[in-house]
Every structure is written in structure tokens, then in C-alpha cells.
Ligand binder design. Sequence first.
Ligand code: ADP
Length: 478
Amino acid sequence: MKIEQASCLAQGGWFQSATGESHAIISPKTRHIIGRVPMLTAEEIRATISHSQRAFQKWRHSTPQFRAEILTKLGAYLIEHCDRLAAIISLEQGKPHREAVGEVHYSADYLQCYAEEALRITRDSIQDPNPSKQLTVTRRPLGVVVAITPWNFPLAMLTRKMAAALAAGCTFIAKPAPETPLSALALGEACCAVGVPIDVVQIVTGDAEILGKEFMKSKTVRGVSFTGSTEVGKLLIKQSSDTVKKLTLELGGNAPCIICQDADIEKAVQGVILGKFRNAGQVCIAINRLLIHENIAQRFTEKLISEISKLTLYEREDAAYDIGPLINQAAVEKIVRLTSDAKQKGASLCYGPLPSLNPQSTLVKPCVLSDISPSMAIWHEEVFGPIVSIATFSNIDEAITLANNTDYGLAAYVYSSDLKTGHNIALELDFGMVGVNDTAISNARAPFGGIKQSGFGREGGAYGIAEYLELQYQSSIS
Ligand code: ADP
């Protein structure tokens, strides 16, 4: 598959920077250049924001029915063009085609969900003791909003922000990750094809720092929804203070998965395989620390290793695989650093080679480390790769303390055959999302998001649209 693209979607249509500068996209699978995108200048971004503001004056007054119709059409378009979109995602990001197909469907789910939510934006009426007073609360669109998205789910992360923003009546500018802008621009094509009005959606490419600064200092941009690292999230908090923007931040994770003594080992192993190896572990809700009751640890680990040994690795473009190459060499370097630090500090290698650098490839073979502890960097940092890190515990209180021993608070998991035990443990875990006997927790209608240094705000369902609405309270006397 060859993709060429030298325009982004801005200022009324397909747009190229006046400087002619572009950025090459390299597939982690083929390691070839598969496309180019323009590098917009600060001035071009300021003009893009003005276009969005003008489009907002009209879009904010569109009927919810019209917005719902557009979102429904967009969802149908994605499903109709699923195979092509999945091919783009897989080529520029590295995930298996079948996972990319899942991502397209997941994105379409958000569009359907927000087509429905657009119709549910309500106005409240509050009773006052004085009968001549009327108190009403109106939900209004925030205005121009910006999405800054990561490379691991290049279509879904963008679509879920865009769907909620458009449903609310906001206009939308997206800045996709430099590694994976082609999936984002394919969504831009979809917007043009189904008749999203001009400049309601713009998708821009360029230097993250330059673009980020322009967005953050603009008084016109009223909200920023960011998914990415905690480090950049903290920078955006600082940069947003001058213009007091509404932020939605979905930052890093460090998910623990507690396997209780009474867990169904077969099911838990399957859950861990899914929750660890999807997208080669490059998922913010991926299991980062596996905490297993000491009495079942050996049996569980043996079964897990036997299942891991069945996973296939990427070899060539025309063959199916379970684990693809990582996004870039920096990702491999981080994994090499974390695993060698763990090994040095006493972790045992139970399966696979210890990851090492290979200038020819970013493929990392699965590896299982046991005896990990809070003294190791791997305990505290997001691994983002196919590495299983195991620690054991002797009682539930200890497991909960270990699980909560992190600055992050995005997702956590617990496996127990007793659902009540599972729920009770979940309530003690300081995380925004908890899977009980379930590691497939992402759902377009549920509130996705974290606490602590994993960010704030939620995406999905009615919770997500609230991020793009502001309240106006009116008190009137008749
Ligand atoms: P990762 O390390 O996984 O790539 P990042 O947080 O660096 O995570 O990237 C997530 C998104 O944030 C990407 O779109 C990236 O281009 C963008 N980004 C990175 N640095 C900045 C910045 N200084 N300002 C705004 N956006 C940024």
C-alpha cells in the first residue's frame, strides 16, 4: 500500500504550508517513507484558529438533529471504508490489521454514541420560592476546541474527541501525533465526503511545540483535549493558565492487575494476554504490573508463558501476526532501560530474551520478568511494550497497597471468582477505571479517564460531551 499526502485540512480545504516544508512518515513495519505532511507555521495556525472561530458562529446554531445526522453519516462512512482505513492505521502505526479493524469500529461507535448525545443536550429549570422568578440553566458549546492526540490509536483517540465536540456544537482543530497523521487525515477526508461544513473540522500538522504554543496562547481556543504523556500534559496545564482554558487530560497509566487466589486461572490468563499484548502493549490502559497471589503464582505464570509462546510476531506485510513492531527506536530504548534496570535490581527473567536494541527493527519479543518491586523503574514507569512484570502478594490488603503505589490512576484490573470480592477490591483502588474479571474495558458510552497524575476529565458517553459544554444560568422575573 502506498499513501502520499502533502496537504492537511485547514482554512477551507486541503492546505499546504507556504514554506513548502514537509515531514516524512515512516512505517514501523516496512521502514519506508509512506507519506509526507506539511509543517504549518505559527502564522498559518493563527489563521486556522480564525477560520474555526468564523465557522463556530454558524455551527453553534445548527440544530442538534443536523449534527446528529452528520455524525451518523460519518460513522457509516468509516464502516463502509473500514478496510482501507484499517490498512492506513496498520501501516503507519504497526498494529495487526484485525486490531486496526477493531479500532475503526470503535471509532464508529463514538460517532454513533455522540449522534445520540447531540439530541440529549438539555436545559434545566430550577424552582425558586418566589413564583415569579424563573431559573434556567442552558448548556452552550464551549467554542473553538483543539485536540492533541497520540500515535497508539491514531483514529480512535481523535474520533472520540471530535465526535463529542461536534455533537456539543463546537468547532474542532486536531493536531495528530507526528508519527501517525495519515489516519487523522483519512478522517478529514471522511468529514469532507459526508458534508461536514467547511472549517468545522480542521486537521493540522507541524512541529508539536510551535503548534502547541499557538493553541495555548490563543484566547479564541476555549478548550483543549489532550491524550499523551504526563510530561506534556503538565506543560499544557502551565501553558493554559494565561488564557484559562478548559482542559481534558488523559495522560499516562501504570495499570496493576490483581490476581486473587480464587481467580479462574484460565480466564485470567486470557484476560492478561488481551490486556497486555494488544497493540504490542502500547496502550495507556495496558497491564503494567501483574500482582499474583503467592499460592497460585507459579501455576499462573506457567500457563501465561504457555499462552505467550503461541503469539506470533510481525515478519512481513502480507502475513498475519499478533505482535507488531513498536512505534520507533525511542520506544525500544525505553524498554531496554526499564528491563535492564529491573534485572540489575533483582528481577528474574522467566521467559523470552531481555530486550535489546536492533537498528534494523523495532520489534520486541515478549518477555516475562518476575520478582519486580517498587525499587525498580519498571514499577513506576509506563512500559508501553510486550513486557510482563510480575510481583506476588500474600493477602489482599498488601495487594491493594502495592496496586496503589503509583503516581498514576488510570486503569486497574482485578480477577476473583467471587464478584463481591472483586467489587470490594475495586472500590479500594485509586484508579478512574477498574475491570473486574475484564480487561476489555474501553467503551464509547463509558467514562474513559483517570485520576492523580493520569489526568482529569472524561471521554465517552454523556460524561464526554460535558467537557465541550459550558453552563449559563439565567434568573428572570416575569
Ligand atoms: P508520546 O511520548 O507517547 O509520543 P507525547 O505526550 O509526547 O507522547 O505526545 C502526544 C501528543 O502530544 C502528540 O500529538 C505530540 O506531538 C504532542 N506534543 C508533544 N509535545 C508537545 C508540546 N510541547 N505541545 C503540544 N503538543 C505536544
